[in-house]
Design a protein around this ligand. Structure first.
Ligand code: NAD
Length: 485
């Protein structure tokens, strides 16, 4: 078992209350993974104060010098990839291959923003008069708070921390209590890479105390949140009170449309990866498959074959392709939705049950689940499950497919399987989603491209990832200089 402390002002410190809590391996709950301080508002407020002290020094460095720290952190993280991937699997449950990919993503993001530091600057704009220079500069917001979910415990913290730091901000991050280890390991790595004390602070504890303090502390100039709609909506209101900058990225109900002309083998493969990979615990996971009814049965049969081939178990074991749900609560929620779906008239085509054979009895395992004949307005078709549960909605042609795809109040990622380029392009134009995938999985993002949702998936004010991520973390100042006299 590992023992962690908060990281505040460059020091490892316990919670003011002296209380602690533990995380357990969701694949085998007999294993305690780590112990953490159970922090509260007081600890969060101390972290904000420590960040404020560090701000002038960090903001006063050049972006290139800050970028060097990120590039160095990338190298250090890469060297620790096997160790950190194993830790991630133990705490969150995803397979070792998935965890290794996620740690690699974090190293690549640091490398990307390290390099980007050479390009950060303003614009020169032609003035209407001679002898005048008109230009913009970029400055940091100040203290930025980050609140992150459990499902990508290293990638999401890093895709917020890297642009925040390179832009010159100081940061307080509150990782999700189910999986805090990786955020603390990032802090350790950045400190080793030369990050000055107080520039990055990590406080572990409950959302309603630590998170609420970060959302309401007047010294927090901006807050970037990823998580559920209910919490994001509440934090957004809290930030609006004092007009602090707000970036909320929330859930989805991501469709994959399968048209009659599409390659059904490809469609089954894509839906199996995007629906059951990562145990369905990705915000961009496919959860609705909107299939032309002429091919719905054939498609379902192919998807069942893919589901049967999935090997469920402890993600550290070789050959396992799907790990457990992250917690008992998550597993119960998934199973409850399978029940609700059937009460609403959907047919259970495959799976639907908890798995308790042998060692599986000690973890939160369930079968990959396929529901057929799902009605577009039913709860299973509209509410996020966040587990390996895929509902097939039969429709009559392309127009109805788009209508159904757009009939939910969220819009994160959306995929289509078709050989018809015109329909693919019309889909890209008309689908209400932040990310569109054509003949590709709905999950999986390029770190150099903008990411974010629309509708209730996001405040839709700033994008994350890619070079544009800097926008949220910086302010533009316009400078007028007259040298004509
Ligand atoms: P969650 O909303 O329960 O928690 C997210 C974070 O908010 C955690 O750190 C939690 O401790 C904190 N929190 C909880 N209550 C709070 C409060 N009152 N004030 C401040 N902070 C509080 O979400 P989760 O279960 O950790 O994550 C799953 C959700 O995240 C899903 O809805 C998923 O779709 C979404 N998600 C979205 C994206 C995206 O980029 N759009 C990516 C990953 C996950």
């Amino acid at each position: 078992m590992r023992t962690y402390q908060n990281f505040i002002g460059g020091e490892w410190v316990g919670a003011a209350s002296g209380r602690t809590f533990q995380t357990r391996n969701p694949a085998d709950t007999r294993e305690v993974v780590a112990e953490y301080p159970l922090s509260g508002a007081e600890d969060a407020s101390q972290a904000v104060a420590a960040a404020r002290i560090a701000l002038p020094g960090w903001a006063g460095m050049t972006a290139v010098a800050r970028g060097r720290v990120l590039s160095k952190a990338s190298q250090l993280l890469e060297a620790r990839k096997p160790e950190l991937a194993e830790l991630l699997t133990r705490e969150e449950g995803k397979t070792l291959a998935e965890a290794t990919g996620e740690v690699q993503r974090a190293t690549d993001i640091f490398r990307f923003f390290g390099g980007l530091s050479y390009t950060l600057g303003g614009q020169t704009i032609p003035h209407d008069l001679p002898g005048n220079l008109l230009y913009t500069t970029r400055s940091p917001l100040g203290v930025v708070a980050l609140i992150t979910p459990w499902n990508f415990p290293i990638a999401i913290p890093v895709w917020k921390i890297a642009p925040a730091l390179v832009a010159g901000n100081v940061v307080v991050i509150k990782p999700a209590s189910q999986t805090p280890a990786l955020a603390l390991e990032i802090a350790r790595t950045l400190a080793e890479a030369g990050l000055p004390k107080g520039v990055l602070n990590v406080v572990v504890g409950e959302g309603r105390s630590v998170g609420a303090e970060l959302a309401t502390n007047p010294d927090v100039a901006g807050l970037s949140f990823t998580g559920s709609y209910g919490v994001g909506h509440q934090i957004h209101q809290q930030l609006a009170q004092r007009m602090a900058r707000s970036q909320m990225e929330m859930g989805g109900k991501n469709p994959t449309i399968v048209l009659a002309d599409g390659d059904l083998d490809l469609a089954a493969r894509l839906v199996a990866i995007a629906g059951f990979g990562l145990t369905g615990q990705a915000c961009t996971a496919t959860s609705r498959v909107i299939v032309d009814k002429s091919v719905a049965d054939t498609f379902a049969a192919k998807l069942v074959e893919k589901a049967k081939a999935i090997v469920i178990g402890n993600g550290l074991k070789q050959g396992v392709t799907m790990g457990p749900a992250v917690s008992e609560q998550q597993l119960d929620g998934n199973l409850k939705y399978v029940e609700i779906a059937q009460q609403e008239g959907a047919t259970l085509i495959h799976g639907g049950a908890r798995l308790t054979d042998g060692d599986l009895a000690h973890g939160w395992f369930m079968q990959p689940t396929i529901l057929g004949n799902v009605k577009p307005k039913s709860r299973i078709a509209c509410e996020e499950v966040f587990g390996p549960v895929v509902g097939i909605i039969p429709v009559d042609g392309f127009e109805e497919a788009i209508r159904v795809a757009n009939s939910v109040d969220v819009g994160l990622s959306a995929s289509i399987v078709t050989r018809d380029i015109k329909k693919a392009m019309l889909y890209a134009e008309r689908i209400e989603a932040g990310v569109v995938k054509i003949n590709q999985i709905s999950t999986g993002l390029a770190l150099q491209a903008p990411f974010g949702g629309v509708k209730k998936s996001s405040t839709d004010s700033f994008k994350e990832q890619g070079a544009g991520a800097i926008e949220f973390y910086s302010r533009v100042k316009t400078v007028y200089l007259d040298y004509s006299a």
